[in-house]
Design a protein around this ligand. Structure first.
Ligand code: XUL
Length: 579
């Protein structure tokens, strides 16, 4: 019998799952930062400064959380000696700044004392970690994109345009505002490599897949991009630094702090540190595998193969997919896949998801005197809707994809076949149009990353979204499978309509443990690869995964074609958006 630990250090909580070799969850533990560690006085795990847009989390809180969770496991009498491997999932982009003292402390921990008592403030040059919700790096974003020749050039190198939360702009901001802190920093970890370092008893390298969320890593060549390191260390030519030696020294200093990312895959990064062996009774050969980012962990929490989509329908809508094709765009993100060689994870993040649908629901309920939070009427109208040559953008808040201000525009196809903007129409129409248009946007933007044998269909030509030309062949592809997760996936009318527009076999899946499970599965697969020879990750997962946990969504497959004109209409509508 063997156990694997999967941890999930997210914004609001730390979770630990214990699974056995059959992927059964044997135990599950979680701790909420705000309520279980109230002395840190965080709100939902973070400190926010509305004036500056700065959002950070205290690093020692995470260390104390690990103490508390492992104590609970111990009290439950779990046999730590059965744990063969540990991996996990962490919030992405956040960074931890270690001081000179840290490595010695990590490698000589006293098992009679807690981690928190020993890995204290002296181990960090900065006591807080910039959080993914931070919005304080506007100036740095502009610089990161301009120095490299624009948003698309940056996306071409690093898989993403510049974003507030990405680590490179965050580091540059730190250097600009607090140079003494930056120079005192010995090493910089991402949250994922920070947590893995605690288990390893030494500061471990960043994990390559998660390192793609920094705006610094050259994905094609799998190395730091020197020009971006110069930008990050404020020594780019455009910073007015002409002396090549000064620049190289700054780049080298930053490289020493960042280290060299460890390749994504199954190789152990270390054995568990002796502290945990002595304190909890882990076996000395329990292995630590690199931890990864939470979206990356989500795609490895069930068998998601090439050309399959995972759609998370929450407050925001997130599309995740696995692809062999590196087709970066400033409209979405591309990361190296954490477990499948030569593959990537595509991620499209929309701000306007549930909130926008709720607004239409409320509008309808008001018109027909129905209770305001009730979905019955919206769902009925949505289920009856067919594509009737109408599209809309419903953005109550500014949108990332397409990048624009808050606005609502409705449009339909006129008798001359041209798009006509409509001031208003019967609100009943909105229920269908909002969900169809949200799904059409996902369909268009996921298209270039798919590699499915194209169907021969008429009425479609190449289209341009976000300044990127999408070929007719790409637009004619249907994903093999679409899996829906998140709050709104419980709404049958909404998932069915999304499924109808996107095509492919469709399922929904309720898994609040996805991130931690992704970590546990990675640990289990990695041990198997190291001990019994390399196995394909997807096959390994498929052979153990209980597919009964996924519910099939019934869709009228013939409807897919009827939405083809909608792609063109949406493209035209996006040309008139207020940016
Ligand atoms: C992804 C992102 C969020 C955080 C949440 O780019 O910023 O999904 O990872 O933890």
């Amino acid at each position: 019998m063997s156990y694997y630990f999967g941890l999930d250090l997210s914004t609001q909580q730390l979770k630990l799952l214990v699974i056995d070799e059959g992927f059964k969850i044997v135990h599950s533990y979680s701790l909420e930062f705000e309520t279980d560690l109230p002395h840190y006085k965080t709100v939902k795990g973070v400190y926010s400064d509305e004036r500056t847009g700065e959002i950070v989390a205290p690093v020692t809180m995470w260390i104390e959380a690990l103490d508390v969770v492992l104590e609970k496991v111990k009290q439950d009498g779990i046999d730590f000696a059965l744990v063969k491997g540990i991996s996990g999932s962490c919030q992405q982009h956040g960074s931890v700044y270690w001081s000179d003292a840290a490595n010695d402390v990590l490698s000589s921990l006293d098992p009679t004392r807690s981690l928190k008592d020993q890995i204290g403030e002296a181990c960090f040059s900065l006591q807080t970690s910039p959080n993914w919700q931070d919005h304080s790096t506007g100036e740095e974003l502009e610089i990161f994109e301009r120095y490299v020749g624009g948003a698309d050039s940056l996306a071409e190198i690093t898989g993403s345009r510049a974003h507030y939360r990405f680590t490179g702009p965050q580091i540059r901001k730190l250097l600009k505002l607090r140079p003494e802190v930056y120079h005192k920093t010995k090493r910089i970890s991402l949250v994922s490599s920070f947590l893995a370092s605690l288990f390893s008893g030494t500061i471990v390298e960043l994990e390559e897949a998660d390192a793609c969320g920094m705006n610094l890593y050259d994905i094609r060549n799998k190395r730091w991009d020197e020009q971006l390191l110069a930008t990050c260390s404020m020594t780019h030519e455009m910073d007015g630094i002409e002396d090549e030696t000064v620049r190289q020294q700054a780049i080298d200093e930053l490289k020493r702090k960042l280290g060299t990312p460890s390749p994504a895959g199954f190789k152990a990064i270390s054995k568990i540190s002796s502290y945990f062996v002595q304190k909890f009774g882990f076996k000395e050969d329990c292995r630590i595998y690199s931890f990864t980012g939470d979206n990356l962990a989500t795609i490895i929490s069930f068998p998601l193969n090439e050309d399959e989509l995972l759609i998370s329908l929450g407050t925001s809508t997130t599309v995740l997919l696995v692809t062999k094709h590196y087709v970066p765009s400033s409209a979405y993100h591309t990361f190296i896949h954490p477990t499948i060689p030569d593959s990537y994870m595509g991620m499209i993040c929309y701000c306007n998801g549930s909130l926008a649908r709720e607004k239409i629901r409320d509008l309808l309920n008001k018109k027909f005197n129905k209770p305001s939070n009730d979905w019955t009427l919206f769902d009925k109208l949505l289920s009856q809707s067919k594509f009737n040559k109408a599209v809309g953008v419903y953005f109550p808040i500014g949108e990332i994809v397409p990048n624009c201000k808050a606005q609502t525009i409705r449009a339909r196809m006129g008798s001359d076949g041209e798009l006509e903007i409509v001031d208003s129409w019967d609100e009943e129409i909105d229920a269908g149009v909002i969900v169809q248009s949200q799904a059409l946007s996902c369909r268009a933007r996921a298209a270039p990353m798919l590699n499915v044998k194209a169907q021969t269909i008429d009425g479609i030509e190449s289209l341009e979204f976000d300044g990127k030309l999408i070929s007719k062949e790409h637009l004619s592809q249907r994903p093999h499978k679409v899996v829906f997760v998140g709050g709104a996936s419980k709404n049958t009318a909404i998932v069915s309509k999304f499924a109808e527009v996107l095509g492919g076999e469709s399922f929904r899946f309720d898994n609040p443990n996805a991130c931690a499970l992704g970590g546990a599965f990675k640990a289990s697969w990695s041990v198997a690869c190291e001990d019994d020879g390399v196995v394909d990750f997807h096959r390994y997962l498929e052979s153990r995964f209980d597919t009964n946990t996924m519910e099939r969504i019934q869709v009228d497959e013939k409807q897919w074609d009827t939405y083809i004109p909608g792609l063109k209409m949406l493209q035209q509508l996006e040309t008139v958006l207020e940016r």
